[in-house]
Design a binder for this molecule. Sequence first.
Ligand code: SF4
Ligand code: SF4
Length: 129
Amino acid sequence: MSEVPTRSRGTIALLAENCTVCMLCVRECPDWCIEIDAHTETRDPPGGGRPRQTHVLDDFRIDFGLCFYCGICVEVCPFDALFWSPAHEFAATSRAGLVHDRDLLGEALAAVPPPSAHEPQGEPAREQR
Ligand code: SF4
Ligand code: SF4
């Protein structure tokens, strides 16, 4: 990857383990370029009690042929699952190639810089990588 500023908006990275399928990013994206596939599982709570239904992420796609890098999805995610990544070499020869799936969005995490000293603390999510 050629040198770009560490905090440049090259692409969006997904930490899938943190995504609760709340759908906030899908609803807030002004361009409708985020698609999520998920299913529901019923689990018993560790401490007992009634079984709970949980949404489980199957796939997460961003169409970078539509995305205009506004950053709203990154800002609104309440669970620190989306980050700006300086990774940027994603040229494609077809429109379909501009759709990044869960795996590709996950690979972009490797280039995400640690939070700066000016960002609020309390981002345990990134510590899990
Ligand atoms: S950066 Fe903006 S346009 Fe791109 S996926 Fe996020 S909300 Fe949508
Ligand atoms: S806002 Fe965050 S937690 Fe909610 S669906 Fe989008 S990435 Fe997942």
